[in-house]
Write a protein that binds this ligand. Sequence first.
Ligand code: ATP
Length: 940
Amino acid sequence: MTLREGLPLLYQQFTALFRKNLLLSWRNKRATCLHLFSSFFFILLIFCIQEAMKASDITSTAHINVTDPKALVSPPIPPCEDKFFAKLPCYDFVWSGNQSRRVTDIVSAIMGNNPGRPIPSNKVQSFKGPEEVDAWFMSHPLQVPGALHFVERNATVISYGVQTNSSSEKIRGRVEDSTFKFLVPLQIAAEREIARSLIGDPNFGWDFGFKEFARPAIGGRATISALNLMGPVFFLAFSMFGFVLQLSSLVTEKELKLRQAMTMMGVFDTAYWLSWLLWEAILTVISSLSLVLFGMMFQFHFFLNNSFVVVFLLFLLFQLNMISLAFVLSAFISISSSATTVGFLVFLISFITLMVSSTDFPYSSTYSIYSRVIWSFFPPNTFSAGLQLLLEATSNHQGSGINWSKTTVCAAMDDATCFLTMNNIYIWLVGTFLFWFVLAIYFDNIIPNESGVRKSIFYFLKPSYWTGKEGNNVEEHIAPEDKDVLQEEIVVKQQAMDGIVDPDIAVQIRGLAKTYPGTTKLGCCKCKKTSPFQAVKGLWMNIAKDQLFCLLGPNGAGKTTTISCLTGINPVTSGDAIIYGHSIRSSVGMSNIRKMIGVCPQFDILWDALSSEEHLHLFASIKGLPPSSIKSIAEELLADVKLTGAAKIRAGSYSGGMKRRLSVAIALIGDPKLVFLDEPTTGMDPITRRHVWDIIQESKKGRAIILTTHSMEEADILGDRIGIMAKGRLRCIGTSIRLKSRFGTGFVATVSFVENKNKYEGAGSSREPLKRFFKEHLKVEPTEERKAFMTFVIPHDKEKLLARFFGELQDRESEFGISDIQLGLATLEEVFLNIARRAELESATAQGTMVTLELESGISVEIPVGARFVGIPGTENAENPRGIMVEVYWQQDGSGSMCISGHSPEMRVPQNVPVIYEPSSQVLGHGQRRVRGTVIDYDS
Ligand SMILES: Nc1ncnc2c1ncn2[C@@H]1O[C@H](COP(=O)(O)OP(=O)(O)OP(=O)(O)O)[C@@H](O)[C@H]1O
């Protein structure tokens, strides 16, 4: 099948990824709707605030048409408690001129004739002159709303003055109008009573009235002030939805290694970024459009008077800038749940800069052009400046707003103070959008990804970036101890030196090594730097076509790192690998390799919201399969992994086994010539596992498979050739039988007994002769003793004796009650444990890592990790000249480290067995005697 290449492939990947983005948004309807239509809630909120402002200003007639204004006739002097923030005890008014009898009478008349409420004498204070009143004011702030000052000039002239506390305190958003509330009533009362006194008629009528103008409602004022007050913050909050959602989608793809999976399948970065950009641009257009339309629907002058295109463009460009910013920040975040926190932080910073912007900073002559340029790189700042221009253009009822032809016109009166036009804002927003987008792609390359891989800061200046060729240095490494591994290394080195490309070889690994750089972690007081870690220390091997190579090894051995290097996820530190003639060190070679490999990574790399069918369609498109064949190939693969019934169900609801099967199917898309399966059957039940084994077995034809597994049974059944790695090195390589015969403890003989009740009752005693028979001839004890069978492990060195021994045993079958004898090699698991143990021992010896073995006899012995037969110093005597030893049983804990699971009964150290590790000294600890054990090579 011919796979697509170049531009057609880029276009195919782009459309497939775009469809994926669309599906993800569709399946996440709630978030998408919030992104698209949250503008409605913000506009509604501004509308409600505007209405609330109107309601709170209920005494004002600003919002209604005043056709027939009501006249207020001689309003009374209000009680002082009516004053907003009056300080108690308070006085209704104070007055001066109390040395005049006539004035005193006038004031008494004011108090007594106050309409509807005569004023009691304790609510009024009198003084001699205005100076005394002022002094009293100073010591009694807010205790009186007004004062009257009378002067009796002569019999016909009494002059007076009025003082009011005009401070405009607000209460619940309402401002007190002290002139009409206090000043006018005091003035009317004073004039009325002076007139009556002068005329001499206490009933003289004095009605004073006033009323406002008849006029239409001042509709725009509150609308604009609600938008002025809340608009910038609310519009910023609205654009945060898209920002946070985009950030979270990108980080989720990174966190779940979905991006890595797509890279392994050969996705172009251009297709990836463009697919997100186009999808987000569409969402942004819809959300900006809905914001402007809702604004118009709620009759805001800002949206009605400014031209539609001018407002829409400002919101669109700003939101696109926020998307670019989300792209940049996604390079620095590795956990999707942090997206909301980062969104909140960006909102907070934007809010602060918004406040700063309201002080004219930096768009005035006081500030330098540099501060304006730097300030404008943060999109919310430019946006708020643009918003301010549009708000000012509609700030009063007559404001005609800005239309397209006025976008180049400055709002300022003279050229010297003209720093911004709408056109400048648009140009800046387009510029910063492109700037942040390019920066996002740059950071995506240089910030360590989920595998800790990053390019150098000046990667684009390196010739290798453009030519696709990199160096090929091979570091010297310690020669392997194992003869098969050494032989393999010699063959590969020779072929590499001669430049021979064996047509039967799919992968040739040439001294592949990987060192992870140390990382610096910021603690509360100091930085903690970890040292570089050598995960793979020089691998040399050939992997043949049409074969399944099984890579085994304990946790942390370096298997996944090796696969990551071969699939181009991790760049190698030194060495190389040639896959079907292409080097993994060259970017051109790697892109060719990606077309012919399939990868089933260790962890399921799937979108919960996509079905298995959609996954296969997506990955098939990324690989470049012709669109016409994708449907049938997906159906075929789904049938192979028995997922046809669940083809349309979302992967999020799959069981662990179903997810693994889907991952296997993804790895087999496009008939790859080399398939990497990293622990493909983890979490599967035995039936499903066997089914997947069948699929893998079938898939061997015509391709090479590299499989890593922790199941020895799987390796035994599927592996044509097995390599065991430990501590970054290849420890052994060969077929299963070869490994078992070389590294197993020997042969395993299982003797089954005839089912006979009488015999069985005496089984213990009737089996003694058989045990003696094994002991006398082969010097072995049973390792397992059950009702129906007994198992003996026979060391390799007894191989020559076996033919005669088993011949004799068969002859005496009836005597021993034997029904069947089975002889086999040790299991692969035993081989694995032996190799792992040796590697641990080697590293523990090199590093001096010790663990404590608590013997049943009560003695504690310090031994190197992995040591099998341990001699106990101080137990030597005449009977046991070399002392006592035990066999230590090891197992791996959850983290892959070896730990002691038990030990055998104590036994004599045989003569002539060599000591591998001799402790240099004995140590004492916590008052308890602790000795270091010797390691005995009893196995060899
Ligand atoms: N990005 C990384 N940075 C630093 N060290 C790493 C990184 N990835 C892996 N390692 C270390 O490299 C060693 C090899 O890891 P690797 O995942 O290759 O082991 P493995 O054989 O695949 O183990 P497992 O069976 O658990 O998957 C481990 O000690 C691991 O901690």
